[in-house]
Design a protein around this ligand. Sequence first.
Ligand code: NAG
Ligand code: NAG
Ligand code: NAG
Length: 456
Amino acid sequence: MHSVLLLIPLSGTCLAQQLDLTNKDAVLKAAKAAVWPLRMFFDDNTHSNGAWVEQWDDGSWNVQWHESGEYWSLFYEYMLHSGDASYLDWVDKNMQLSAGSHADFLDGMNPFLETAGRWNDDIGWWGIATMAATEAFGKSAIVAKNNLQQDFNPTYFDLTNNTFEEIWMGWNTTFCNGGIWWSRSRTVGTDAQKFYKSTITNVEEMELGARLFALTGVAVYKERVDEIYAWLKSSGLLAADFTLYDGLDSRDCSINRAVYSYHAGCLLAALSFMYQSTKNTAYINDAHKLLDAIKRQLIDSNSILSIEPSCAGTTCQKSPHGYSWAVYRGLGNLFAYSPDAAVKSSVSSIIRASAAKNFVGCDSNWYCIRNMPVGTGFTLQNGTNVRDQFETVAILNALSVVNGGAAAVAAPGATQGVSNNKGSGAAVASQTGSSKSAAFKFNAAFVLQVVVYLLV
Ligand SMILES: *[C@@H]1O[C@H](CO)[C@@H](O)[C@H](O)[C@H]1NC(C)=O
Ligand SMILES: *[C@@H]1O[C@H](CO)[C@@H](O)[C@H](O)[C@H]1NC(C)=O
Ligand SMILES: *[C@@H]1O[C@H](CO)[C@@H](O)[C@H](O)[C@H]1NC(C)=O
């Protein structure tokens, strides 16, 4: 197999980074290095509620609460792919703080939290994080197995399922025939907020439902995924050409035609998982059409995921804007479950080209964080841009999948009954090890079809 060496010069003088983008072990090694910078600034920048400081005292933004959910996803996904549990206790300690004693991210649907920045889409990202942990450690694995406290060790599965249920409470057929509310409140906020049905909420719920269905086979998950999906189509939010619009105002069912990449990421994940567990080709055919739309709208002529249609120029303050993290994951899921060799080849080209572009900023320790001018938005107060490292690890996670690493989820039922309550990191390693060997076999059959990837 032809291998491509990525040589990244630092400041044009020395070689800072060498990575074979087609080598799974090399990618996992890079990921192992890159998770340390991902973690390193967190402890000093929290209010001890299991999330990054969201806003500084001067009102400027750091890492929004929902993005902290995505942050934990990156770690759990890394653990799933690598079997490396070095960070598990630390991540879990924060997840335990976040989940509290009600096994959800709303402190038992506390009405204050429900209106204070924890809307349906926000909690969805946290549910996606604990979903990854459920896939990594099994349906009966508990949060913070090494820190047992009455009521504070829910299973990752219950956290995920409860979040799925709480979001589903917002499903509403009275207005515009369906869809889940963006906000959890019909009394607090502007009418435009209260009556908005956002696509992101609906596709996150689909992703959760699809992954829960893949894990459990429980029919209600599939029914809801199908119901939401039918509504996305009938409402016009998912257009015939698979453009996915931002949402609709349920007062007149008018569509907001903004397009954001992360919507497509979650939908791609949902459709790929649904195909994986049902083998119904309707799902994967639609996933392929969605990939075509992603290529038209989000991928540039060098195969790099770089276009954010409604966020062009200076309209987005965040850099990276954070919308692409979900897309890398969705692309990885499509790669893992699509039976189409051309699709797989196309997805791996996109991920490798995006990796080559993004890793240019990394040093030899896989520290990829830029120092921005003090006061830059969405950075630490001294300008340290931790979001850069989120982007790097998101891409490395996807790269490990396209290089035949652990598939995104173990076979349904495979991990049931395995509790991480008893084991140490070794249990994690052996568990993901078994799903890895299945992935290896799959990869061996696939190697012959790999189109030689040329770095341009
Ligand atoms: C998910 O949560 C709901 C609501 O608590 C519960 O009725 C359902 O049984 C749970 N699903 C599973 C598979 O445990
Ligand atoms: C939809 O939401 C409206 C506003 O809260 C409520 O009056 C109505 O009963 C809901 N419909 C359903 C089917 O839940
Ligand atoms: C920026 O702040 C963090 C703490 O929040 C600190 O650890 C880091 O060293 C600082 N970076 C610089 C370049 O001063």
